[in-house]
Design a protein around this ligand. Sequence first.
Ligand SMILES: [Zn+2]
Length: 266
Amino acid sequence: MRGIPKVLVNTPDIEVWPGGLLRARSNHDARILSRATRVLRRKRDGRFLAAELPEGLMPLVHTLPREPGLDEALDALDRHPAHARVGLERVGELPLSRLRERLDALGLDDGYGERSGLSLVAEPDLLAFAGVDRFRRPLWLLHGAARAWSHMQADALRDGIVLESISGYRSHDYQLGIFDRKLARGQTVDEILTVNAAPGYSEHHGGRALDIGTPGEPPAEESFESTPAFAWLQANAGAHGFVMSYPRDNPHGIVYEPWHWCWRGG
Ligand SMILES: [Zn+2]
C-alpha cells in the first residue's frame, strides 16, 4: 500500500478509506482488503461495501448496486485517483440537507441551536490521517488540525508529557447512531443532550476537535483535569491553535469536558 496517500475521501453516505488501515471482520474480507488500494465503507454502521483492487472494484455486499449514495462515492473515486497527490488544503464541505431531515425526525429543530448557542457543523469532504489513537484506531482530522496535533504532541513530549488522542473526526451518521442506541435504551432526547451534543452540532464533525488523554487515565473523564497533561495543555495548547471548548458552566449546557480541544487555526 506504500505510495497511496492516507486520505479519507468523504461523501454523504459512504467513506472511501485508503487500503491497509481497516481491520477485516472475516477471513474472506481480510484476503481482499490486503490487496485493496481503497475501501468503500458505509458510514451508518461501518460495513465494508466494496474494495478497489488493481483489476477493478470488487463488491463486498450483494446489494452494492442499490446502495444509497454509491454514485457519489464512485464519483469521489474518479475525482481522486488512488495514487494521485491529494490537495488536502482545498477542503470542501458536504451538504447539510440530509442531516436536517434526520434531526426533524428526532424532534430537534432549529430551536436546539438557538437554545444551546451551537451551530450545525458540516463534514469536510477530505480528511487527513493523523496517526492512531489510544485504541489503535486511525485518527482523522482536517489537514491543518492533524499537523497542529502532531507538533503539539512532539512539543509536549519534549517536556516529558505524553498526550494521546482518544477521538477525532466523527460523522453525522456516527453521532446519530449514538442517539439511536441511547433512545433504544429508554433515555430521552433531553437526557442524552446533557452528555452528547446533538447530531450535527458536535465539533468532531468538522475534523477540528480532538479528545485528548494521557496514559493511566481513563478516557474522557473529569479526572483528566488533575493530570500534568491537562496542566500542560492549559499552558501550551493555545500556542498550537487548540482551545478547550466546554469549560465548567459553559453557555451551551454541555458537561465540563477538560479532554475536548478544538483547533481554531487555518
Ligand atoms: Zn470531544
